[in-house]
Design a protein around this ligand. Structure first.
Ligand code: ATP
Length: 203
């Protein structure tokens, strides 16, 4: 059976933490491919953020070296708000015989019970969680307790063993806005940001 990994995010911008967990995801689960899915633009655009097209290009630049990685504009071209539930239906239909795995950070897991049709979603895709600094699985919200306990037991939720990589797009945008460079950016992405003057303060 084909094992397909899906990795949704804002990727504003994509950073080494994303690449680190995506590699661990592919290695530890034994995935054939990991599809990066940059989110579409929110209704109210924020000028200090990058648009979907730039975020998709930066994602493509960042993943170019790993043949297991691909990028999809699936969440960008859909009209209106996009939900993970709908994204998973699209991949389910496209790859009916594959096992789908969804990658998320532990901060996203803590909010999973607020996602559209989350209980159906977790039956249609396995979930892999990358821990983030400061998060503790014992502090998951009450609504998730029973499901998470069982899912960890039956293997439909896996926690990555990869060491923590403590960075975020928010930290990187702040570093760039103060005129400094960030070590957590892949060099091709840093070059694209410089050339296109993204994330400059006051923009
Ligand atoms: P922001 O700071 O803008 O919220 P982010 O760095 O969290 O951005 P996203 O694009 O929102 O990046 O992340 C996509 C997914 O990757 C989320 O599920 C998030 O939890 C996870 N993630 C991002 N960075 C890391 C990291 N350093 N370690 C583990 N998971 C991460």
């Amino acid at each position: 059976m084909k094992n397909i990994g899906l990795f949704g995010g804002t990727f504003d911008p994509i950073h080494n933490g994303h690449l680190h967990i995506a590699r661990a995801f592919a290695d530890e689960i034994g995935l054939d491919t990991v599809v990066f899915l940059p989110a579409g633009d929110p209704y109210h655009k924020d000028p200090s953020r990058a648009c979907a097209q730039d975020r998709l290009i930066m994602t493509e630049l960042a993943i170019a070296d790993d043949p297991r990685f691909a990028a999809s504009d699936c969440d960008i071209v859909r009209e209106g708000a996009t939900y993970t539930f709908d994204t998973v239906q699209i991949f389910r239909q496209q790859f009916p015989a594959a096992q789908l795995w969804w990658l998320m950070g532990s901060d996203s897991l803590m909010k999973l019970h607020t996602w559209k049709k989350w209980q159906t979603l977790v039956r249609q895709t396995h979930i892999t969680v990358a821990m983030r600094q400061g998060d503790n699985l014992n502090q998951t919200p009450r609504e998730l307790h029973a499901w998470l306990g069982e899912a960890l037991q039956n293997g439909s939720v896996r926690i990555l063993n990869a060491p923590l990589h403590n960075t975020s797009s928010t930290q990187i945008r702040q570093t760039l806005q103060s005129g400094r460079l960030s070590d957590d950016l892949p060099p091709q992405v840093a070059r694209y940001i410089r050339e296109h003057k993204l994330y400059q303060s006051g923009k």
